[in-house]
Design a protein around this ligand. Structure first.
Ligand code: FAD
Ligand code: DLZ
Ligand code: SF4
Length: 512
């Protein structure tokens, strides 16, 4: 029997409403999914990330089968596995004599670019459909950006609130009279605050098999495989969403920027991997938070702060990525060239904040936004680490890392390597920020109150050195006027001492 079409579903396309599945008929169309070495090794992904994607893929295939579909699923260790998505598509098109291949555009430029040539290469009609799981399409973002000298997330976010009718009052104005309640969202953690304990789903036989596979096939990838606590089905991801709305969202806003040694997750949702691979729909998550606010279960600053991350930041970075690709990751506006220190792969450094942020990352394939931006990213920025190496690291170590979201956040937001396309100023800060927002400094070998001398917190001198080093490029930025004024007030001797301490830190960066 010949089939009408073969539908290819990628590891981050696990949504029943996916455009390439929408009109699929179990009687005529068949589905292809493939675990392939090429995707599993283009960066040394964290073992939990690979296991999460494979386990979610295998469960999704079972779900499709239960709906009557024939799913051809290639496992990584299948001897016939060609090792690439192209190879698997070609193999099954031939095997099944499929007259056409249907797919949803991949989220990364690398694959999107390759797949648009498949038709010619396999000599078969290949239909590439739009990925309409995003709330702002690539084309709509390009229209919004057109003619703007500067792109700013805040204005994009307001337009998205209006377009999708989110958190608006009866008059169509922002709920509470303001678009943004960030000023309320920077509280330090009070002593004795109880952090709710997060449940983890049980591991079934499918997931345990995947863990065995990943353990044996990827023994040299950095990061711990277990404990593996990720949801791998839509039902489990929805349970995680319900738990977050009931137990963590009420405090999400207030303590959004806080960090704590013993509580790496705090009140964050830890939903990004599920949204990114399609187990949760972004609008479903946004509506759940809005409903909790309307029912009086959470305050406005919490609901708005959370919704802004998804409707604003997530959609903004997605649009920016497609607007700027290819080539977005190529710039190096601050000429940063230093190789990544070894401790990024081990967490072994005397800087307690980095030890915990990197250690959490290696243990959980997760760190929350402030750890990623203001500890690890801030250090990479101040220490002039080479953008390409930093980007490859971020792409490897987080369960939620896909280039469309990782690259703008790393290249643009954390490293300012795009010269300000994404963010209005570099997120550079001294140790003082970390001290204010965390308890890390209390357990550190360095003293956050000192800026010079052998025990001085490296972030302090590196911060001033960063400003001095980049004065020609950054002094004209109005948002940096105050720090540059402060730098100018230091005596020449003080400036020289700070720069000497920074040079000392950079010279022994692997031993900090
Ligand atoms: P919460 O704090 O609970 O936020 C809710 C949701 O908002 C997240 O699940 C996510 O979907 C969305 N969100 C929040 N901030 C951002 C943002 N800046 N960009 C896009 N979406 C956002 N996020 C990824 O999904 N994948 C990445 O590879 C990734 N790399 C990053 C690299 C750097 C250097 C930085 C600074 C940030 C990166 N982020 C990335 C953004 C953000 O840190 C994560 O989305 C967030 O930490 C995920 O945890 P959470 O689900 O608990 O988020
Ligand atoms: C990230 C990833 C990994 C590790 N493995 C696979 C895989 O074996 N098969 C697959 O279809 N997708 C995988 N993915 C996700 C793809 O890399 C993802 O579809 C692209 O990054 C495009 O966003
Ligand atoms: Fe980090 Fe400096 Fe604080 Fe140590 S003293 S934890 S290096 S900010």
């Amino acid at each position: 029997m010949t089939i009408a079409s073969l539908r290819l579903v990628l590891g981050d396309q696990l949504s029943p409403a996916l455009s390439s599945l929408r009109d699929a008929d179990p009687a005529h169309d068949q589905i292809l999914m493939a675990e392939v070495m090429q995707e599993a090794s283009y960066v040394p992904h964290h073992p939990q990330k690979i296991a999460f994607i494979f386990a979610a893929m295998r469960h999704f295939a079972e779900d499709l089968r239960s709906r009557g579909f024939t799913v051809h699923y290639t496992r990584l260790d299948d001897p016939a596995n060609s090792g690439s998505l192209f190879g698997e598509a070609q193999r099954f098109v031939t095997l099944l004599q499929a007259p056409r291949l249907v797919l949803t555009e991949p989220a990364e430029w690398r694959l999107d670019h390759a797949m648009r040539r498949w038709g010619d290469e396999i000599n078969l009609p290949v239909e590439v459909r739009q990925d309409d799981r995003f709330l702002c399409s690539r084309a709509a973002f390009a229209r919004w950006a057109e003619g703007k000298r500067q792109l700013r997330m805040e204005f994009f976010y307001r337009a998205m609130r209006r377009r999708h009718q989110v958190l608006l009052d009866a008059a169509g104005e922002p709920e509470g009279g303001q678009w943004n309640f960030d000023a309320e969202n920077r509280k330090a953690l009070p002593k004795g605050l109880v952090i709710p304990e997060r449940p983890a789903p049980d591991l079934d036989a499918i997931t345990r098999n995947v863990l065995d596979l990943v353990r044996t096939r990827f023994p040299h990838h950095y990061g711990q495989l277990e404990p593996f606590r990720w949801a791998v089905t839509r039902a489990e991801a929805e349970a995680a969403l319900d738990w977050f709305i009931a137990h963590a969202l009420p405090d999400f806003g207030d303590y959004q920027d806080a960090m704590a040694t013993e509580e790496p997750l705090l009140f964050h949702s830890v939903l990004s991997p599920y949204i990114n691979v399609g187990l949760l729909d972004p609008l479903q998550v946004i509506r759940a938070a809005e409903t909790a606010y309307r029912q009086g279960r959470v305050k406005l600053n919490a609901a708005e702060g959370f919704i802004r991350q998804i409707l604003g930041w997530r959609e903004y970075v997605h649009g920016l990525y497609w607007l700027e690709m290819p080539g977005y990751g190529e710039s190096n506006a601050l000429d940063a060239e230093r190789p990544l220190p070894e401790f990024f792969w081990t967490g072994e450094t005397g800087m307690n904040c980095l030890r915990h942020a990197i250690g959490d990352t290696l243990r959980q394939a997760y760190a929350h936004h402030i750890q990623r931006l203001m500890v690890i990213g801030n250090f990479a920025l101040l220490a002039e680490l080479a953008p390409k190496q930093v980007q490859a690291w971020y792409l490897a170590v987080y369960a939620d890392a896909f280039e469309w979201v990782e690259l703008p956040n790393t290249h643009g937001m954390a490293l300012f390597a795009d010269g300000g396309r994404m963010a209005s100023k570099p997120y550079a800060s001294s140790g003082k920020y970390i001290q204010r927002q965390s308890d890390y400094c209390r357990g550190c070998t360095y003293d956050v109150a000192q800026s010079t001398g052998p025990r001085a917190c490296p972030f302090n001198a590196l911060y001033w050195d960063f400003l001095a080093r980049n004065q020609g490029k950054l002094a004209g930025n109005p948002r940096l006027a105050m720090p540059y004024r402060n730098w100018a007030r230091f005596s020449a001797e003080r400036q020289a001492d700070l720069r000497a301490r920074a040079a000392q830190c950079l010279n022994k960066i692997d031993r900090l």
